[in-house]
Write a protein that binds this ligand. Sequence first.
Ligand SMILES: [Zn+2]
Length: 400
Amino acid sequence: MVRPKYMGGLGFRDIEIFNLALLARQAWRLLINPNSLCAQILKAVYFPSGDILRAQVGNNPSKTWRAICDGIEVLKQGLIKRIGDGDSTHIWNCNWIPRTGMFTPIASKVANPPSRVCELIDHTSMSWKSEEVRKYFLEIDSEAILQIPLSMRKQEECWAWHHERNGLFSVRSAYRMLIEAKRRREDYFEGRGSCSDAGRNYKEWKQLWKLKLPSKIKVFCWRLALDSIPTASVLKRKNLAATPECKICGAEDDTWDHSLLRCTMSRCVWALLDEDLSELLASLRIVDPKQWLFFMCSNVPQAESTHILVTCWAIWNARRKFIHEGIMQSPFSIMTMAKRLIEELEFVNRAQFKETSKCQPRLGSQCWRAPESGFSKLKTDAAVSKSGSHGAVAAVCRDN
Ligand SMILES: [Zn+2]
């Protein structure tokens, strides 16, 4: 439940990890503001020589310093050097290659490789000595290094936070980094192996939570995706029921698709639905409830998927009422209840759309205004591609 929603959790915050992200923010502030009073006092007491990244907890530390040291360890995991002339960056001990995974080179191909990044840069043309880079590093490293942009201007090297595009630390991205690391650790220990982001269905989970449905139905869908709605089969698996039999029709195995789609009671409700939808449901042969839901979210038009999911939720409620309270609802009343809910949802969504379109800013307020006579306005912008291999700058100067 503490996993983010895009990872299949409920998005509750993991307080311990969130606390570490907050401590990392304190460490970041001390790193980028070394002249602040607080940074100077801590430096004088705990690391009089050297910088904060090499500071040790030491003997008899205060609780505050001990906590900041925890923050420093987190910070080191996402901190990366922005290369200027390469003079202060150690090739093997310092994070400097911006990519996913390791920020340092994996290994050297030669016995005595250079130790400083400046030895890999041609300072006349401010470009990488590509032949030497390829000679010293593995191909995967050299390709990543050669994509790091170098500036023609004399630039001091500085620390940046890798997980934000602007290079500035944020608690949000630090929290996400730690959660991802925890997930990888759990996968490793539970023998699930590593898997790409696509294999983790991040996009599909996001789509599921973006459905325009009330929260109670989205939580129902989330539980369905994890195959944890308490059907008799799930209860038997958890030793909470003696038999996996359906309590309504007596079928042998009351799985999620039996409860919602194939039980006699469910089939009566679906029979009242549009023929196209009934045919679609009958033709689907997806056993995994998560994949079934993701198919609904991404391959079925929104109006139809809303209709199907709301009906599933209504059927599930009717089943619970019958099993636990002995109240049998007719298929027609279940369908009417679902339809009424869908109409209310459409009404609310239409009203919200009208509200948001009213709130659009007026274009007039963003129009360019001419400067006073005798002055000109210069507007500039610049951007670098995601890989960092090329960029562009543009400037427009106008006086009327
Ligand atoms: Zn049944």
